[in-house]
Design a protein around this ligand. Structure first.
Ligand code: AMP
Ligand code: MG
Length: 417
């Protein structure tokens, strides 16, 4: 599990922008490179290990897109209708026919095109005359209503790329090739700890000065959505020796160690000292709000990320630091977060030089446009601000003010994971 040399994250100095942090992660974190084969039904959300060249053209044979009548276009007189006798009938799944010259062939959707035909009249567009002939109106283009072999994907083209995070439609494509299993990157094993004497685990007693540990459950759910296997290592007390031991042990069995809390520089913030004891560490002061410092490190070759304790800061830094790290460890194609343009329905002022994420809800305005409404309060500890909103408005480093009517970008929560 030694994907990282101990100096990999060695980095000090000034504030890091979000883009710099993402860039450092992408360039320094190495993929684990271990794969496994899974059946298609279990492939959703997994990272494809190798390119898959199309073993067949899609569709595999030229076929009719509609129920109707197949003809050679060359038999049609320009500018006028033609009545032709019918000969033959081909349904979906049947062997292709050979058309008789001067005849139309009855055909159904998905049936192979009879040899000698290239165009299909929809049944709604023709009539049958008293003599039982099909009357074909003028004006149909050659090749109409036909799906040529390979029009979707040609044989040999790269149909699915290594590093793709498989979605239902990607799995459909693999099935369309007749595949039953896919090679994917094995699930990352991620250890998660919360730290802090003020935390009680849900289900155990809570003193009057404690709160229940919520971050660990949020982070574990986020990790699962990213396809990770989560090692829930509970709550670590603010005690450096025990912390360092726990981190060292976790490093042996995991590909990534994630903690929340204790990474500030207060005297009760022991994560920093413990990681330094067990491995090496840098504090990233990221120019991001909500954020506070994020700790990055390496413990016996295993990457370590220490997120802040405030739930919103933990959520936002997960998205910008943990998510790209996980994608890089899996060898996934980078997937930049692309904010969706919406109209601001709020006023906001911010400092230049840092990226801010404003929690917002979406609504449809009277003119039909999507509007973002800012959550009324701003504290990084407010879980309600995440629960009651739809996403994060991304305000770039150079933005200093937002006024109602401005166009802003929203990262919907669903798009983040
Ligand atoms: P810290 O980063 O350890 O200074 O924590 C900052 C604040 O975040 C604490 O005062 C707690 O209110 C809150 N906090 C820390 N850890 C958690 C957690 N696991 N779940 C919920 N809130 C937390
Ligand atoms: Mg703490």
């Amino acid at each position: 599990m030694a994907q990282l040399s101990d100096d990999c994250f060695a980095f000090g100095g000034p504030m890091l922008s979000v883009d710099e942090a993402v860039g450092i992660i992408a360039s320094r974190v190495q993929a684990i490179g271990e794969t496994e084969s899974v059946p298609l039904v279990e492939a959703d959300g997994r990272i494809l290990a190798h390119d898959i060249p199309a073993p067949l053209p899609l569709p595999p044979f030229t076929n009719s897109a509609v129920d109707g009548y197949a003809v050679p276009h060359a038999m049609l007189p320009p500018g006028r209708e033609l009545a032709v006798p019918l000969k033959g009938r081909v349904a979906a799944g049947a062997e292709a026919e050979v058309a008789q010259p001067g005849h139309a062939v009855r055909i159904f959707t998905g049936a192979p095109m009879p040899a000698g035909t290239d165009t299909v009249y929809m049944q709604e567009d023709v009539r049958i005359d008293e003599a039982g002939r099909v009357v074909l109106p003028a004006g149909l283009k050659p090749g109409a209503n036909v799906r040529p072999a390979g029009e979707d994907i040609r044989s040999g083209d790269v149909a699915l790329k290594a590093g793709a995070r498989l979605r239902p439609q990607d799995i459909a494509l693999a099935a369309a090739y007749g595949l039953t299993r896919l090679d994917v990157v094995r699930r990352l094993r991620v250890a998660v700890f919360s730290t802090g004497d003020e935390l009680a685990a849900p289900g155990s007693p809570r003193t009057a000065a404690q709160l229940f540990d919520s971050n660990r459950f949020m982070l574990m759910a986020m990790l699962r959505r990213l396809g990770c296997e989560v090692g829930d290592l509970g709550i670590l007390r603010d005690e450096p020796t025990a912390l360092a031991d726990a981190l060292r042990q976790a490093a042996q069995r995991h590909d990534l160690i994630l903690t929340t809390g204790g990474v500030s520089t207060g005297e009760e913030d022991h994560v920093k000292a413990s990681v330094e004891r067990a491995g090496s560490l840098v504090l990233w002061r990221m120019a991001i709000k909500p954020g506070r410092p994020v700790a990055m490190g390496v413990i016996a070759g295993t990457p370590f990320i220490g997120l802040p304790g405030n739930p919103v800061a933990s959520f936002v830094t997960f998205v910008h630091v943990v998510r790209p790290t996980i994608l890089a460890l899996c060898g996934a194609q980078p997937s930049p977060l692309l904010p969706m343009p919406v109209r601001a329905a709020f006023n906001y002022r911010k400092k230049a030089g840092r990226r801010e994420y404003v929690r917002a809800s979406l609504r449809k305005a009277d003119d039909g446009a999507l509007e973002a409404v800012k959550f009324p309060r701003e504290g990084a500890g407010l879980l309600s601000s995440l629960v009651e909103t739809d996403g994060l408005i991304e305000l770039g480093e150079d933005v200093v003010e937002v006024a109602p009517g401005d166009r802003v970008g929203l990262l919907g929560y669903a798009s983040l994971l």
